[in-house]
Design a protein around this ligand. Structure first.
Ligand SMILES: [Zn+2]
Length: 405
């Protein structure tokens, strides 16, 4: 989730004609076949915000937003991590209450759609879901502020089925520094290291998206299990603090982890970032437009922001960011880290999607592009989901080992 549409632009009011985005790219039969026979996992989706709206029906096909059951099926998605997210400014009992409400919303959504969705907490659960023709629903808590400074809350999240926690969101918390705030703790505090060790024991993946570089290296030095970046891209292509440097990507691969490439335009495209830096007044105007449309409804806010910015790209008022940049980031990360350490973490329903990737139905294009680039079927399967399953299995194994000692 990107709070504050911190990438946007200028003088737009009145130009929101609903321009139709670029049409679907053609996908080869070989890629379609590979997509449907592979485990395809997306490690970061903010659709939970929409699930909180009683009017939203995930079983219906929508023309807005990026995810629903019919479109996940069309895109060949096997498993999705629903993000449990609230602003890093909300703290204390209110933060825990809202996190529990979102966990409940995901669990209730799964309960109400038993022929399409199944709650998954292990790699085996994800494979079983695929075998039974269902989509595996997993959960990740996006922001350690939701557990406060209380390991019992972390253990409760794990008991309810949460399988990763992003240590920070855009703000620092009391035990870890974020990549988008002024450093306070020089990375992880001693308690932050205890959080990482407890996550290892509980079998939760430590998610290093959003954390500061120093926090990242502290996590790598502390964690006994592989970690991942649930939704980050490559800083050497697009210089955003939220992206990973090549050195970080290499350290992640030595740890056995995975960088899950984020599709957000402001993390994919340097041209887009440069443009936004040159037009600092833009953010306010777009935020005002989104606020006008959505009030305080978070589900509406992310969906509306995505639409507004994509309409502006289509009409030429913002630099056009093409979906193929996702493949450039994947390919770069593979060159740096090896093919065993790269995956997909779209940020659907929480960010601005590039042209040609307006929803989950378009992900087979990534498979097709990788095959056309010369990736083998087996390497492509790793990127689509097998690498993530390996991390899940390994985290489970470390948890079992820690319990037996
Ligand atoms: Zn995020």
């Amino acid at each position: 989730m990107l709070r504050a549409l911190s990438f946007l632009f200028v003088c737009l009011l009145g130009v929101f004609a609903m321009t139709v985005s670029t049409s679907a790219q053609s996908v080869s039969d070989k890629a379609k076949k590979l997509q449907s026979s592979s485990i395809v996992i997306d490690t970061h989706d903010d659709t939970t915000q929409r699930l909180l709206d009683p009017k939203f029906d995930i079983a219906a096909r929508h023309t807005d937003g990026n995810i629903d059951i019919p479109r996940m099926r069309d895109g060949g998605l096997s498993a999705v991590f629903f993000s449990i997210w609230i602003s890093g400014k909300i703290l204390g009992p209110e933060a825990m209450k809202q996190a529990l409400d979102q966990i409940d919303a995901v669990r209730e959504t799964v309960r109400k759609h038993p022929s399409d969705l199944v709650l998954a907490t292990t790699a085996e659960d994800v494979r079983d879901a695929k075998t039974h023709g269902k989509i595996a629903a997993l959960m990740g808590v996006e922001g350690g502020h939701m557990m406060g400074n209380d390991l019992s809350v972390l253990r409760t999240f794990a008991a309810l089925g949460v399988r990763y926690m992003t240590l920070t969101h855009m703000e620092n918390n009391e035990w870890a520094d974020s990549s988008t705030a002024k450093p306070e703790h020089n990375g992880l505090t001693d308690f932050g290291k205890e959080v990482v060790r407890e996550m290892n024991r509980l079998g939760m993946i430590v998610d290093i998206s959003h954390v500061s570089d120093k926090t990242f290296y502290d996590v790598i030095a502390t964690s006994k299990a592989p970690v991942f970046a649930s939704h980050s891209s490559c800083r050497s292509i697009c210089n955003a603090a939220r992206n990973m440097t090549d050195d970080m990507i290499r350290a992640l691969s030595s740890n056995g982890g995975v960088i899950q490439i984020n599709y957000h335009v402001g993390f994919l495209s340097q041209e887009f970032r440069d443009f936004e830096a040159a037009h600092p007044e833009a953010e306010k105007e777009i935020n005002e437009e989104v606020k006008k449309r959505c009030g305080n409804n978070e589900g509406c806010t992310s969906v509306a922001g995505d639409q507004v910015v994509r309409d502006l790209m289509n009409s030429g008022k913002l630099p056009k960011v093409d979906w193929s940049l996702i493949v450039d980031h994947i390919d770069h990360a593979v060159k740096v880290a090896g093919v065993d350490h790269v995956g997909l973490g779209s940020d659907f329903d929480g960010a601005v999607m590039p042209l040609g990737m307006q929803d989950v139905t378009h992900i087979p294009q990534i498979t097709d592009a990788l095959l056309k680039k010369g990736y083998s079927e087996s390497d492509t399967r790793k990127i689509l989901g097998e690498n993530t399953l390996r991390v899940l299995s390994e985290v489970q194994r470390v948890s079992r080992d820690l319990h037996s000692h």
